[in-house]
Design a protein around this ligand. Structure first.
Ligand SMILES: [Zn+2]
Length: 78
């Protein structure tokens, strides 16, 4: 099972298998699991990925102080 993760610092996507906690290759930050399926991700266009990422960035900025408790899968969605 593959999962799509996002980095809260440099906002790169990463596809992760199995590991429950993934670390960003670029900056070493702990990644957040998105609620995108691998299959969905593969189907997404560049624009859709960018849009999802922008929403993720907004969430991160809005909840910066309490990110660990607030940022759940449902918070990241849309
Ligand atoms: Zn990173």
């Amino acid at each position: 099972m593959l999962h799509i993760f996002l980095c809260p610092k440099c906002f790169n996507y990463r596809i992760v298998s199995r590991k429950p906690d993934a670390i960003c290759f670029h900056c070493g930050a702990k990644l957040y699991k998105s609620n995108i399926d691998y299959v969905e991700y593969i189907d997404m266009s560049e624009q859709e990925r960018e849009k999802y990422k922008e929403n993720f960035i907004k969430r991160i900025r809005a909840y910066q102080d309490e990110i660990d408790s607030v940022l759940t899968d449902s918070e990241v969605n849309k």
